[in-house]
Design a protein around this ligand. Structure first.
Ligand SMILES: NC(=[NH2+])NCCC[C@H](N)C(=O)O
Length: 379
């Protein structure tokens, strides 16, 4: 590996920054730039925590736009790749990208859990309960004397062929309906001995032997398990990302692609393209959030601190790039990142204003309602 710029120039450098961030701080400007970069990293690290807490508390994610978060993830992927490919970007830019990709994935997983998995599970429980109730209310049907039911066989043993066929059909249809048969069985049991008799009677329509009930109950399980499995894989991939990213980055630095931010000959065209794509995705991603707030006429469920922190993080991010150098070549190479951050600051400012506006509006409305109610009570 060729010696870094810091070593070559024999300048007083900050060792731990060089070691852990692969960055070279040789003068005050570099140090201020790095401090800004670090501040941005910290703010991005905590930016999504307030929203995570809000969702945890309310068990709902209706305040934050899912499309907005999905654009964040899409932009993050372009950002990470762009940072790896474009040597003009700072190491803190890369680490920041890595950090917020992870936090956004955590936030998204939480939303998927509360909005889809948990809701689906509760809905299923409700449907099952309703069905149990209906089963309890249903009058017991007389057994149907069909050729398949097994009833017409006098002295029929449990091993008789029609009986077996009926058993398998019943289990399959029960599994298909998604109703745990044990619920039906228990429901019937609760209805009294007459119902129990009908269960034990092989010709009954409600027949659900415990064996098939277990079967069906476990058949319903693979759905959440498979969902959990796929998210597990997704998470595992996300956890692996930093290592791969580091390896790539170190490899890249090692081969002299990034000369520790001091000398630039070539810029990566692909990295630049990814940077512009990232900027377009990030910027357009704020629109669904702004629209959601307008559509609902409310900001309930949205934590403003996510945008306050994002605003600070974007401002310091811009600071970290601009303080490092005023050289046009470098600024030009960083243009997608700079422009994105600046526009996002403006958009975050707008979202925060929306928050203040709707909050004040709601409070005033509530106060008016209160006054009206007071007047009505007095008259
Ligand atoms: N997942 C994230 N938090 N990504 C950060 C996006 C950064 C971008 N400048 C924005 O404010 O939208």
């Amino acid at each position: 590996m060729p010696p870094s710029y810091c070593v070559k120039e024999r300048k007083p450098c900050v060792r731990w920054v060089e070691k852990y961030f692969k960055d070279c701080l040789c003068n005050l400007k570099d140090e201020i730039s790095f401090s800004f970069g670090l501040t941005s990293l910290v703010f991005w690290g905590v930016a999504e925590i307030p929203q995570i807490i809000t969702i945890f508390r309310t068990k709902k994610s209706h305040g934050v736009s899912l499309v907005f978060l999905l654009t964040w993830v899409a932009g993050d992927i372009c950002n990470l790749t762009g940072c790896i490919l474009e040597p003009a970007t700072l190491p803190t830019q890369y680490y920041t990208a890595l950090l917020y990709t992870i936090t956004t994935i955590v936030l998204l997983l939480l939303i998927v859990y509360y909005d889809y998995i948990s809701r689906w599970y509760k809905h299923r429980q409700k449907v099952n309960l309703k069905r149990d109730h209906e089963e309890e209310k249903k009058p017991l049907k007389p057994p149907k004397p069909t050729s398949k039911s097994g009833i017409p066989i006098p002295n029929g043993t449990p091993k008789a062929a029609p009986r077996q066929e009926h058993y398998y059909m019943s289990a399959r249809s029960l599994a298909g309906s998604g109703t745990p048969p044990w619920g039906t069985y228990m429901g019937a049991a609760k209805s009294g001995p007459a119902a129990m008799e009908s269960i034990n009677d092989s010709s009954s329509d409600n027949e659900a032997p415990p064996a098939s009930s277990n079967n069906s109950a476990t058949q319903a399980m693979p759905i959440p398990r498979s969902v959990a499995g796929s998210y597990g894989t997704f998470l595992a991939a996300a956890v692996n990302l930093p290592l791969r990213g580091n390896a790539l980055r170190e490899g890249y630095i090692g081969f002299g692609g990034r000369k520790l931010l001091q000398e630039y000959e070539t810029h990566s065209t692909f990295g630049q393209w990814l940077g512009w794509l990232m900027a377009a995705i990030y910027i357009s991603g704020r629109v669904p959030q702004i629209w959601l707030n307008i559509k609902r006429g409310s900001v309930e469920g949205l934590n403003p601190f996510m945008f306050v922190f994002a605003l600070v993080a974007n401002v310091t991010y811009v600071g970290s790039i601009l303080v490092r150098t005023t050289e046009w070549e470098r600024i030009k190479a960083n243009m997608p990142w700079l422009l994105d951050a600046v526009i996002c600051v403006a958009l975050d400012f707008f979202i925060i204003s929306q928050y203040i506006y709707y909050r004040c509006f709601q409070r005033r409305e509530a106060r008016d309602d209160h006054k009206e109610a007071g007047k009505a009570a007095a008259s």
